[in-house]
Design a protein around this ligand. Structure first.
Ligand code: HEM
Length: 433
């Protein structure tokens, strides 16, 4: 596609121009952009791009409707990227989000099977090859035996070499998945940049994604280190710091959200929502819903990190009380919020309930607002998943955290977040030209 904007010349009013022409000044009136069939125009926060070769723009409208020079540059930049290429880039970004999803599930199962502390050091390349011979396995097992987790576990039940192999392979698979995610992001990113398929707006975001992916790996090891280093007391269990677990999970959720948002921007034809009060109110609230799901999930990481799902296994009351006696047992008081299993579970329950109520209210407001069917579908799925996720959480608690149920509850939180992201994306304000 060749629509160039680098030299400037005024064209007569209301002339139409095809892609093969080379206008020196592109002035797109708002009305024309809106009149172009929405299925042939794809937009994101900063650009509009054409999907079909036959797309024509109206030129030289009144000055008030001119797009700014900076915007024109991004228009030109993305117009040069074919619709096909944008679709490929979008699919790749959603694929990267999928890889993050997989990493979260695998990480959760690794934690739930108590496998996360089986690899006692971190080497970018050397870690990739698991022990081969029996002698190498024995050597690895001996190294693991030096750390608190083994010493504690062997007091309860002797661990065999094949038990060790299982937990080692779990952690190894999680680490390898992380590295694969890095490659699934990096290699296509370099290829797309070389092909010129990455819009100006996306370039700095890709750099941020690369940084976040690296940071995610660092947080993973920082978390594991806490489980290897911290000496548990006689009644404590060797486990990673709940603060670091929450940071690792939270940053995975952020990365997932960013990948998904960008992917949807590339793949979904934008919907121009009517600019009415009810829709504007929902637009703001959609971000509140995303935040509420995120905060509830973070509080869930504290429940998981402290094994707080193994106390007060009743619902809705906690041991026949609405407010348990030991809610503020720790001193200073703020410590209870992050370190007292009772308080951590209490907070997670009530944050989850508030999130479900918020989503219910959002759904009710959306029911009355003029909405595109696709956006309405997203809102309905969000509500259904909110109830599903709460039910899964209660089941996890009442059944004393069995691995399969807890793993499904964890993935459910990402599914819920995905619907919240989708809703907010559908409702986002499209750029004004
Ligand atoms: C909006 C609803 C909810 C969301 C988004 C959510 C999210 C989460 C997340 C992300 C975790 C951490 C999982 C992990 O790292 O392995 C978690 C753990 C947990 N949640 Fe929820 N949760 C919700 C509702 C509930 C409810 C209503 C209950 C029960 C009253 C509950 C009980 C639990 C328990 C017991 C755990 C610990 C499981 C474990 O140790 O792996 N959740 N939740």
């Amino acid at each position: 596609m060749s629509l160039f904007l680098h030299c400037f010349r005024r064209l007569p009013s209301n002339t139409f121009i095809s892609h093969n022409s080379s206008p020196s000044r592109l002035l797109i009136c708002k009305q024309c952009i809106q009149e172009v069939n929405l299925t042939t125009v794809k937009s994101s926060r900063t650009f509009y791009s054409a999907r079909g070769k036959s797309l024509r723009f109206c030129l030289s409208p009144p000055k008030a409707w001119m797009i700014s020079l900076r915007k024109a540059a991004t228009v030109s930049n993305s117009l040069e990227i074919s619709a096909q290429a944008q679709k490929i880039v979008g699919t790749w970004l959603v694929g990267c989000a999928g890889m993050c999803f997989g990493a979260v599930i695998l990480g959760g199962v690794t934690r739930l099977t108590e496998s996360g502390l089986s690899m006692v050091d971190w080497k970018l390349v050397k870690d990739m090859k698991p022990p081969g011979s029996e002698a190498e396995w024995i050597e690895e097992f001996e190294r693991y035996k030096q750390f608190p987790e083994y010493q504690q576990m062997s007091n309860e039940k002797e661990m065999t070499l094949s038990d060790f192999k299982f937990i080692f392979y779990m952690e190894w698979a999680h680490r390898m998945w992380g590295r694969t995610t890095g490659m699934v992001f990096l290699l296509p990113a370099l290829y797309f940049l070389r092909k010129g398929w990455v819009s100006k707006a996306l370039k700095p975001r890709l750099a941020a994604f690369a940084g976040l992916l690296g940071f995610q790996g660092f947080l993973g090891w920082y978390m594991v280190k806490s489980g290897l280093e911290e000496k548990p007391g006689p009644n404590d269990v060797a486990r990673v710091s709940q603060y670091r677990l929450a940071a690792h999970l939270g940053s995975a959720f952020i990365l997932y959200t960013l990948f998904l948002w960008q992917g949807l921007t590339h793949l979904l034809t934008p919907i121009q929502m009517p600019n009415v009060k009810s829709v504007n109110r929902l637009r703001g609230l959609a971000h509140g819903v995303m935040t509420a799901v995120f905060v509830t999930a973070l509080s869930g990481a504290f429940v998981a990190g402290l094994d707080a799902g193994l106390t007060y296994n009743s619902y809705p009351k906690m041991a026949d009380k609405w407010i348990p006696d030991d809610l503020w047992a720790f001193s200073p008081k703020w410590k209870n919020i992050f370190e007292n299993p009772t308080t951590v579970q209490f907070n997670h329950r009530h944050l989850a309930e508030s999130t479900v109520v918020l989503i219910g209210g959002f759904w009710w407001m959306a029911k009355k607002a003029p909405m595109h069917p696709r956006a309405r579908l997203a809102v309905n799925l969000l509500l259904g998943m909110a109830f599903g996720q709460a039910t899964l959480g209660i089941t996890t608690l009442l059944t004393y955290v069995p691995t399969p149920v807890a793993a499904v509850h964890q993935s459910g939180s990402l599914v819920l977040l995905s619907f919240a992201v989708w809703v907010a994306h559908e409702l986002r304000r499209l750029p004004k030209l």
